[in-house]
Design a protein around this ligand. Structure first.
Ligand SMILES: C[S@@+](CC[C@H](N)C(=O)[O-])C[C@H]1O[C@@H](n2cnc3c(N)ncnc32)[C@H](O)[C@@H]1O
Length: 280
């Protein structure tokens, strides 16, 4: 099959915008083309067939959005950033009555549970309020259940040990924390189940960073938006940085993915401190 052309991509994005609540206009073209191509091959259809079905089948629409937007995530993905959170960022909030945290683009929730585990280890669990959003209702359903396949996610156990048991800033320190304190592994059922007290804590809600804009009723101390803006073009990235800037308290903290940076007008409105940004 030939690759998706500029015109075909425009046709797809326009049809989606006109017939659904999704607007992918300002997503990075390269990634969109690649994903659309894969969708067409996987569903053994052409563009016209795909769009016809999208218009009348809401479940199919959500599934395609799922395939087009990348949902990859894991528990304690990139352990370095979790070490930074544990030893550099979260201790700043030790004496605070409330800590408001927003996970934007939380996918199926592993990032949210990672943070909840750290908050609990640091005695900040009760003071934290957690909002976790994504544009895709299917991943949010999974996030709210907190159940993951064991077979595909054995690496979660290694990540847990790395982040929770080791301290890269002080190798003498070692914490014996069994993972059962936070989740249960059932190899027969092939599941990893987050413990109920974690599942009950966050408020999961659908929010599209492109079309919903500012719907927040509170400001945040920390916003995590990791591995999301990498799929957006420069203009959309700037709109999202503006949204985050407006929704952070002064000196609030923004955490992006390991390969994401603030460029353009908002670079001067945030101070980069190693792996995170502080609103100035
Ligand atoms: C690669 S995942 C990142 C998940 C998690 N933050 C992490 O780093 O492990 C990207 C997520 O961004 C979500 N997303 C994409 N476009 C979005 C938008 N416009 N508004 C909100 N979420 C979006 C996708 O649905 C997907 O779940």
């Amino acid at each position: 099959m030939t690759t998706v052309s500029d015109q075909e991509l425009l046709y797809f994005v326009t049809a989606l915008k006109n017939h659904s609540e999704y607007d992918l206009t300002d997503y990075s073209e390269k990634s969109l083309k690649r994903r659309l191509q894969k969708v067409l091959v996987d569903h053994k259809t052409d563009l016209l067939g795909l769009i016809t079905r999208l218009k009348k089948d809401k479940f199919f629409l959500n599934r395609i959005i799922n395939d087009i937007t990348v949902n990859t995530t894991e528990l304690f993905r990139d352990p370095q950033i979790w070490h930074t959170l544990r030893y550099r960022i979260l201790p700043q909030f030790k004496n605070r009555k409330n800590v408001n945290i927003w996970h934007a683009g939380c996918s199926s929730g592993q990032e949210v549970y990672s943070l909840l585990i750290l908050l609990n280890e640091l005695g900040l669990f009760d003071s934290a309020k957690i909002l976790a959003t994504d544009l895709n209702p299917d991943v949010l359903d999974q996030a709210a259940k907190g159940v993951y396949k064991y077979r595909f996610n054995i690496g979660y156990l290694d990540n847990f040990d790395k982040v929770i048991k080791e301290n890269p800033y002080n190798f003498e320190e070692h914490y014996e924390v069994p993972y059962e304190k936070y989740f249960q592994v059932n190899k027969t059922k092939d599941t990893i189940n987050m413990n109920q007290f974690l599942v009950d804590k966050p408020f999961f809600r659908r929010h599209d960073l492109v079309v919903d804009g500012n719907m927040m009723f509170a400001k945040f101390d920390i916003i995590l938006c990791r591995n999301v803006i990498i799929y957006f073009n420069y203009d959309l990235q700037n709109r999202v940085f503006k949204l985050f800037h407006e929704n952070l308290f002064n000196e609030g903290i923004l955490i992006l993915g390991m390969h994401e940076t603030i460029l353009g007008p908002f670079a001067s409105k945030f101070e980069k401190k190693g792996m995170y940004y502080v609103k100035v």
